[in-house]
Design a binder for this molecule. Sequence first.
Ligand SMILES: [Zn+2]
Length: 689
Amino acid sequence: MRWAQLAFVEDDPGNYDQSFWLDYFRRIHADAACLSAGGCVAFYPTQVPLHYRSKWLRDSDTFGDLVKGCRSLGMNVVARTDPHAAHQDVYDTHPDWIAVDASGNKRKHWADPDLWVTCALGPYNFEFMTKVTEEIVSLYQVDGIFSNRWAGSGMCFCEHCRQNFKNFSQMDLPRTLDPQNPARRAYLVWHQQRLFELWRLWDSRIKAINPNAAFLANSGGGALSELDMSVIGQLAPTLFADRQARHGVNPPWTNGKNGKEYRATMGNKPIAGIFSVGLEEEYRWKDSVQSSDEIRLWVADGIAQGLRPWFTKFNAKPIDKRWLPVVAELYQWHFENSAYLRNEKSLANVAMVYSQQTAAFYGGEKAHAKVEDAALGFYQALVEARIPFEMVHDRLLDEEHLASYQTLILPNIAALSTHQCEQLASFVQRGGSLVATFETSLYDEWGVERKDFGLAELFGASFAGRREGPMHNSYLTLEPDPATGRFHPLLAGFEDAARIINGVNRVLVKPLPGSAASPLTVVPSYPDLPMEEVYVRPLSQKDPAVFLREVGKGRVVFFSSDIDRTFWEILAVDHGKLLSNSVRWATRGELPVTVRGKGVLDVAVWMQQRSMTLHLVNLTNPMMMKGPVREIIPISRQAVSIKIPQDKSVANVQLLVAKTKLDFRSSADTVEFEVPGIDLHEVVALDFT
Ligand SMILES: [Zn+2]
C-alpha cells in the first residue's frame, strides 16, 4: 500500500544513517521498500566479474543490511538495478557491450563522462545483467527486481543490434524516425520483441530462484510510452507509474491520468505511483525539495485515481529535509484509511481510449501534437465537467474490458485496425455510445490512410478526401432542429450564442444517406485581415460539423474537427462545454455522481469491499495549468448526489480528511449530501449496511 524508495549514491555506504531511515519507514507505515542493489554500482559484495562495487563499500553490505532492517519491520523488499551505464573496465573488456550512435561512435554517458552508455538489446543485458539479477535474488531472496532504464537510451547501432535486426528483417537499421519507412516500422516491432524477450528472460531466472518474486520493469505509460501496455498487463504482477512530478506545463491531474493508463491494462493489480520530493525538470536538480503543497496535490491526485504512494529519494544522506514531515503526514493518513483505499472497482461509466499504435504509426515524431494533445484536451474538459472517467487501451476493446462503460471517447484515435473498428461497432450494438473526433479510424493499425473512416457507418459520415488546417477564423453555426425548432442537448448552454469558434483542423466529410440534420455547421475560414474584409462570405451549402446518431440502444457523436486538441491549445470555454455536453448526451445523463459547487475538482468514485468512496481533489489554483503550486486554495460547499449500487444501502457517510460525519438523504438509488468545504483532497466514505 505504501512504498519507500531509497536510491543509494556511491558514497552512501558507511556514510549514511541506516537507523534514521528504518525509524522513518516505521513511523510512516511504509510496507514495501525499493533499495538500490546493483547494475551500474553494486552496494553489496558482488562476485560477478565486472560488476562495479562502490568504492565506499569496503567489507560491508550496505544493501543487505538495509534489507534485513526492512524485513524486521515486516516490509516487502524489491532490489533496484540500473543497467544503463557502465564503467571503463566494462568498455575495455567488452567494447561490444557499449551502445553505438548513428555515426558509429561508442556512446559516452551524457551526464557523467567517466561512464559509458550500454546497449540494452545485446549481451550486456542478456548475459551480464542476467548474472547480476540472479546473484541478487539468490543472496537476498528479494520479492522482485525493479530495473531502472533497462530498455536502452535511444537507438543503438552496435554490431549486435545491426546483426540481430538484419536477421529479423533482412534490412539495415533505419536512419529515419518516419514510421511509414519499412525499416523503421520493422525496427519498432523488433525493438519491442527484443525487450519483451529480455523481460521474460529475467522474470524466468528470478522465478527459478524465488518463485514468489518477479521482474518489475520500470516501464509503462500512456499513448506515448514505448512498450505495448496490453502485453505488460499480462506480464507484470504489479507496476510502478514513474511520473515523479510535473514537468513544464503539466497540470496536477497528470498523476491521476497516469494511474488510469496503467490500470487500463493492469486491472486490479496494485500499481504504485512513484513521486519525487524534488523538482523534475530538464535541469535535474536531484537533491532538490519541492513545495509541500505541490507534493501533496500531486500525490493526492494519484491516490484518488487508484495509485498507491511511492516516494523516491536519491542519496541516503538528505541535505534538505523539508519533505520528510510532508510525506509522513500523507502516509500516516493513508495508513489510517487503508480500508477505504483498497479499491475493488471504479464506478465510472465513461472511458477515454488511448492508443500506442496511433502514437507510434500515425503520430511518429509528432505524436505529442497529433495524438496526445487531443487526449489532454478531452481530459481537461472532463475534469472541468466533473465527470469521473477511466482510460481504456485500444487493444483491449473486447466485451469484458468494456463491460463497465456506457460511453467511450476516441480523441483522434486515428489508427485502428478493422478488428478494432468491429469491436467498437459491437460495443455500440450492445448499447454503448461513442464520442469521436477528427481523424479517428481514418488509418489502419500501421498508420496507413484508408479510403474512408473505418467507423464511417457508425459516424454516418464519409471522408471527402481532404483536410483543412490550420484554419484561422473558422466558426460553427448553431442550427435548431428543423422539425422542432429546438436546439439539440449537445448545445445546452449555447442557446443565445448563434455561433461558436471552430477547431483549428478539420477533415472534410460528407454525410451518408439518412444522416440527421447536424446541430452545428461549419463557417469556413474567412479573412481575419484587413479588418474591412472580416465578414462571412455566402455559403453554397452547409457542411455538418458534428454527426449525432442513435444506433440501436447506443449513441454516436463524431466531430469532424480537432476541437479536443484545440481546447488543449486555447482552452476556450465553449469547446470544453461542447465536449462535456457530447459525453453527457452519449451517456444519457446517467453519470454515477453529480458534484455541484465552485472550483475545479478531479472526481473519482470507487467501490471497496464494504464501502464506496468519492474522491474530490481540489485542483482550484491560480497556477493549475502550469503546476507549480504555492499553496492550496480551499473551496466552498459542494452538493453531491451519488448513485448507490443496486444491492447496497448506505448506513453512514463520513469525510476521511476532515474526520467528520455527514447528514445525508437517501432516495431510491441515490444518496445526497453536502461537503462543507475542501482544502486539498476530501474522501467521502459511504459505509454500506
Ligand atoms: Zn546495441
